[in-house]
Design a protein around this ligand. Sequence first.
Ligand code: PHE
Length: 333
Amino acid sequence: MAEINALTAASAEEVEQIRIKYLSKKGAIPAMMNDFRSVPAEQKREVGQKLNELKTLANERLAALRDTLASQAEAAQADIDLTRTATPLPLGTRHPLSLVKNEIFRIFGSMGFTIAEGPEIEDDWHVFSSLNFPPDHPARDMQDTFFISRSPQDILLRTHTSSVQTRTMETQKPPIRIICPGRVYRNEAISARAHCFFHQVEGLYIDRNVSFADLKQCLLYFAREMFGPDTRIRLRPSYFPFTEPSAEMDISCHICGGKGCPFCKGTGWVEILGCGMVDPNVLEACGIDSKEYTGYAFGMGIERITNLKYRVKDLRMFSENDVRFLHQFDAAH
Ligand code: PHE
């Protein structure tokens, strides 16, 4: 029996030879069966059983050997073809918004700003109240803000990342020098020029003796790094509840160089961000002594900067994930 269990075969011919040797008419097992007549009567039962077992075992062993050979043949067919050309793996490119965001990080990073982040689902205090929004300010309207719940308190999707500035001022002591990147939400109908979500980077610098001149110099440096060394800036008076004085900043149109073209609607200037000196009410609301400290803040939409830099005309392209669009932006930028 051990002899049968130890049988191996490397080919179908060898399996056949084993069959002939043990199981064919002239094979070893039928020969033993033929000798059965000469077995003394009292041993017939025991020997008969053994012979049957032996025959079953030999048949099983042959079947097993055939199975092994068949699966080996199958594996050989599926074997790797080393001569085949490799399947090309398409390389991804960075999203244009990420490219611009990283560039913004680099520029402000070189001026000592660190990155602060916060939640997209916020409460009224961090998005509006602490930032000096009066209770009836239109930004709090359902038309502008996505509310998640309105009682017992207002929970909403942040409409700007100024909320991260509030959170930082509440927990850190000046000097504070941060930029706050992130996604923000506004209840707008989606079109080429507006979306219900977009990305911002806001900045905040608070220390003793921070002045409007510091703000202007910081933003001039940013504009020249981002849009080229010939870029000029201009600040127009504006209004935000959380800054006083407030301004909007334009850069000289980098397409016509400021001469006036359809892109800048003939003005030579394009608006890129809002800014101002942090309102003392905001500092006090966040536990910072407004007699000791002053600060500036600014905020920009990453989509807006990207549109200007790459001349993308339709905001929706950024979230459609069309690879024909995305592949136009080189990862090396
Ligand atoms: N939070 C403003 C916005 O979302 C941008 C801003 C930030 C303006 C800081 C002034 C100062 O539009």
